[in-house]
Design a protein around this ligand. Structure first.
Ligand SMILES: Nc1ncnc2c1ncn2[C@@H]1O[C@H](COP(=O)(O)OP(=O)(O)O)[C@@H](O)[C@H]1O
Ligand SMILES: [Mg+2]
Ligand SMILES: [Zn+2]
Length: 329
């Protein structure tokens, strides 16, 4: 997957380079028409370049001639810049204008990938990861509290009231989202709306222009594992994205295999994001006892101390919808 994304990113960068070139040619044509003196200077500059080549071929007094030509060249450029300004153009109007000056839209600078290529790669990778999340199908608008009406949980709490306050909290969270919002832990039985509400948050946060990665923990860990043990290496990897993204949503914690690599990766993600103050939303069907039993102390203590825990209650809405016993809403 990484190679394809990298190729796509490189294609985008090289189209930026082509665009910079064609825009530069367009500006040359415009100026040649409007400022004939500059057209003349440009002709002289072109001749200068040819003369440099001849000088190199002749092989005599190369250094001296090059210096003279260089001086002429600089003078011509100065005159041209002044003329441009006199005609109301910026003095660098005829320079190349790249999207990224650092690599001049080649994608590579200082012997490695340029930041612009890395950034593009990361954005494309995030889009790819969110592709199979049915983002558009889950919004706050499509979340109905009617499914929780007239139900009580094991402690005899009214499910409607509990879920109403969870819904309000999630809406507020999405509205006020910032790069240092708190982390949330949604727990409770299957089919109660944990995925639905976390995708609703994702939608709003994406709309605000933040990067969000949503996926099941199984998919994400498998991807990290493939890259970690695989042969191919790219400079931007999935784990890095998970550690940096503005909002990370890990769905279905507890469904992954219990391997040392997975456990240490989960710890790494949770711990690093806490240290960086970055928000994470984790969904799990495990209850608090189940989390305690399943995970090591250093993970459990971080989840319980730092994450705001929300207990989803009610009965399986997927089932209710299937049985068509859902109230009309
Ligand atoms: N309050 C709700 N109103 C409308 N649809 C809901 C609600 N809660 C859940 N659903 C729908 O029921 C199904 C199961 O919900 P989901 O969010 O996947 O549950 P969980 O993640 O808690 O297992 C999904 O299709 C979801 O869109
Ligand atoms: Mg779910
Ligand atoms: Zn660059």
């Amino acid at each position: 997957m990484n190679d394809l994304i990298l190729q796509e990113a490189q294609r985008t960068i090289s189209s930026r380079r082509l665009y910079a070139k064609s825009e530069n040619e367009r500006r040359y044509c415009e100026i040649n028409e409007k400022i004939p003196q500059i057209a003349e200077i440009n002709r002289q500059l072109a001749q200068t370049a040819i003369k440099i080549l001849d000088t190199l071929k002749e092989g005599e007094n190369v250094q001296q001639r090059l210096e003279v030509l260089q001086r002429q060249n600089l003078e011509a450029q100065e005159i041209s810049a002044k003329l441009l300004q006199n005609y109301g153009y910026p003095s660098d109007y005829l320079d190349m204008h790249y999207t990224c000056e650092q690599c001049q839209d080649t994608g590579y600078a200082n012997g490695g990938m340029c930041d612009c290529l890395k950034k593009l790669f990361a954005t494309l990778a995030v889009n790819k990861m969110n592709e199979h999340a049915q983002l558009s199908l889950s919004s706050f608008d499509q979340f109905s509290l009617e499914y929780y009406r007239n139900k009580t949980d094991a402690q005899n709490n009214d499910c409607y009231t509990v879920m109403e306050s969870i819904l309000r909290a999630c809406q507020g969270y999405a509205q006020k989202f910032s790069a240092n919002s708190p982390s949330l832990l949604f727990y409770g039985n299957t089919g109660l709306g944990k995925t639905h509400l976390s995708l609703s948050i994702a939608n709003e946060v994406l709309r605000k222009g933040y990067d969000v990665i949503y996926d099941s923990i199984i998919n994400l860990l498998q991807q990290v594992e493939r890259e970690h043990f695989g042969r191919e290496k790219t400079e931007v990897d999935t784990l890095e994205l998970l550690l940096h993204v503005d909002l990370l949503i890990l769905d279905d914690l507890g469904t992954e295999f219990d391997t040392p690599f997975y456990v240490s990766t989960i710890y790494n993600i949770i711990n690093t994001r806490i240290n960086r103050g970055l928000p994470t939303i984790i969904n799990t069907n495990l209850d608090l006892m189940g989390i305690r039993r399943r995970y090591e102390e250093r993970i459990v203590s971080r989840l319980f101390a730092v994450y705001e825990c929300m207990h989803f209650v009610g009965s399986d809405i997927r089932l209710m919808k299937k049985l068509n016993s859902a109230p009309l809403v």
